[in-house]
Unconditional design. Structure first.
Lengths: 304, 318
């Protein structure tokens, strides 16, 4: 009798353990599946990364869905770093990035058995924006660097009012942040320069534009597609004190006269095949690049 | 049992049915007993596992990053500058601000609800306060971003995204916790205390201040500690309204009106970008360890305060 109860108790414990463990193992097997799964005939492409690119990527996905109803594309933002990390970890098919993948990131991907392939999908001019009431209309890269490293702290030092400058930047997981660090902050002379610690880090592109709209002392940067000239003032930028000041636009970005124009990328794990390859070639086709223009970004030349 | 002793014949026929019944019940009992035991043990087990996991993932931060840098003043992970100091200061400022605002407000509200308000007011206010507790933090963060931040900027701060903005939102979030637990504590004070005090000629205010509140002290301490716990661990709302500048502000009241970056916001903002296993990854877990230790400290302080005073009091007097 006693033996029997022990046996019973034991089996009960085992049973409850199994009940509790089941969902856990189910979760695991779900997670270990590759991101690129097909349900029936329908193929789901996972696309993640740059917030700069996210609106364009969404528009592409929606339009492509009309052309190829069998292919569904799931687009999420989060920042270039987030997208690239997901590609390295093997959870997305296409990573969007507003900067080039770094050598160490290529290495990390290789360590996971993934050879990342780069595709240029659009061009963006990075606009420097201030409040419309701000009298400052133009800055050189050097001045911008001094402002963002904290050497210049008052607008009067660059021809504005006598108020302190509020620095706005994207979070460090943003490709735009890294691009700005390398192309602006470190162009001021020092290769090791970093953002002043007072810099306010915004989790999104929209965060920067809305803070610039309401704060007359703020300065920020954002992709041209996010800027609305009615609510924010776009500054003309000069590469150095001898160069002309240029406003960002599709023309100046394509002509290369605007100093802060950059490529926007999509990265795939290996050379794309099947539906992903079709999608990418549609993106760089005139039909895909038309959407880039509609959203205020600059199409790549082959498409335009 | 008795049937067994009295008539050995029936032990064969009847108990077959009984035993079947008993074994059926004991089966159910055993299953339920085990489920409850598992639930009880799993709470402890999960905490132990969380701490173990935090230590495993985060210990590299304390081993690989020089301690001087770890407590240095600069947080900029791109350049591998991992200074916790601005983040700790940020969390501290936001939490202290929230406590200073929410504790007096919460206590007074609870006293009003429990001691002064007529019952019809209580009927209306209590459910409303409970609704307050159910508002998702992201909604409050959005309100803070759209409404509160411009307001604070208009008051003269260089930007509306400050530690104070975060404190206001967090105070609002901690209020329901503080109010309802304090009210429960007040409710637990026996009516005889109040009657006795009033009978001795004390006014209502004197009764509340000198008799009811001290008697409910242990519960109030718990309320405040839980409120602080809510404030220091909150992430989304803080991420949206504090500006996230990893900057150590100058000492003084002005510090509350500058952007800060809290520990929780840092983890939330940066966890998505790190490759698992990298140094940045373990440093983020390191922040988690620091946060865990702080909340652990607060909780044990609370239970010590309550244990030393309240429990004895309750046993002796109630």
């Amino acid at each position: 009798m006693k033996n029997k109860t022990i046996l019973l108790r034991f089996s009960c414990t085992i049973l409850t353990l199994i009940i509790f463990a089941l969902p856990a193992t189910a979760c695991r097997s779900e997670g270990s599946q590759t991101a690129e799964t097909g349900i029936g005939n329908e193929r789901a492409i996972q696309n993640k990364g740059s917030d700069t690119l996210v609106n364009v990527a969404l528009a592409w996905a929606e339009r492509y869905r009309q052309i190829e109803p069998d292919v569904s594309i799931a687009v999420t933002g989060g920042g270039s770093g987030t997208g690239i990390a997901a590609l390295i970890n093997g959870t997305v098919d296409i990573a969007n990035a507003s900067r080039e993948m770094s050598e160490s990131e290529f290495e990390e991907a290789r360590a996971n058995g993934i050879e990342s392939v780069e595709h240029i999908v659009a061009i963006d001019a990075l606009a420097i924006i201030v409040h419309p009431d701000n009298p400052v209309g133009q800055l050189t890269i050097n001045q911008l660097s001094d402002i963002y490293t904290g050497k210049i702290t008052n607008w009067s030092e660059v021809g504005g009012n006598d108020v302190s400058i509020i620095l706005l930047s994207r979070e460090t997981n943003s490709g735009t942040h890294v691009y700005f660090l390398e192309e602006v902050v470190r162009r001021g002379g020092s290769e090791e320069a970093i953002f002043a610690s007072r810099t306010i880090l915004m989790p999104s592109s929209v965060g920067i534009t809305s803070e610039v709209r309401r704060n007359p002392n703020a300065i920020g940067y954002d992709g041209l597609g996010y800027v609305d000239p009615e609510h924010e003032k776009i500054l003309a930028v000069a590469a150095d004190s001898d160069s002309p000041f240029v406003l960002p636009s599709v023309e100046t970005a394509l002509a290369g006269t605007y100093p802060l124009a950059r490529n926007l990328y999509m990265y795939t794990a290996g050379e794309p095949t099947g539906a992903i390859a079709d999608y990418l070639s549609w993106i760089i086709s005139p039909a895909g690049q038309e959407i880039v223009t509609e959203l205020g970004f600059v199409p790549i030349i082959s498409g335009g | 049992m008795t049937s067994k002793e009295n008539s050995p014949q029936r032990t064969i026929s009847l108990p077959a049915l009984v035993r079947e019944k008993i074994s059926q019940y004991s089966w159910q009992e055993l299953v339920i007993e085990n489920l409850i035991r598992l639930a009880g043990v799993s709470a402890i087990l999960i905490i132990a596992l969380i701490f173990f996991f935090l230590l495993r993932e985060g210990s590299a931060a304390f081993l690989d990053v020089p301690l001087r840098q770890l407590f240095g003043g600069r947080w900029y992970p791109i350049e591998e500058l991992y200074g916790f100091w601005p983040l700790i200061v940020g969390s501290f400022l936001v939490t202290v601000g929230a406590v200073v605002i929410s504790v007096p407000l919460g206590l007074l509200t609870a006293v009003y609800l429990g001691e002064i308000a007529p019952s019809w007011q209580r009927e209306i206010l209590k459910p409303l306060i409970e609704v307050l507790a159910g508002i998702p933090s992201i909604v409050l963060g959005f309100l803070g971003w759209v409404v509160l931040a411009p307001l604070i900027q208009r008051l003269g701060a260089p930007t509306g995204l400050t530690a104070f903005t975060g404190s206001l939102i967090l105070a609002y979030m901690a209020l329901p916790t503080i109010i309802s637990i304090t009210e429960d504590a007040l409710y637990a004070v026996p009516k005889e205390y109040r009657d006795g005090s009033l009978a001795l000629g004390a006014t209502q205010w004197q009764t509340i201040w000198r008799v009811v509140l001290p008697a409910a002290r242990s519960g109030i301490v718990v309320a405040i500690m839980l409120g602080i716990g809510r404030a220091i661990g909150e992430t989304m709302a803080v991420l949206m309204v504090t500006g996230n500048a990893a900057h150590v502000p100058e000492l003084g009241l002005g510090a509350f009106f500058q952007p800060v970056r809290t520990m929780t916001a840092t983890i939330a903002a940066e966890m998505g970008e790190v490759a698992s296993g990298s140094l940045h990854y373990s440093v983020l877990f390191g922040i988690g360890i620091v946060l865990f230790l702080i909340t652990f400290g607060i909780n044990s302080l609370a239970s010590r305060l309550v244990g030393g005073n309240g429990r004895r009091r309750r046993r002796g007097q109630l």
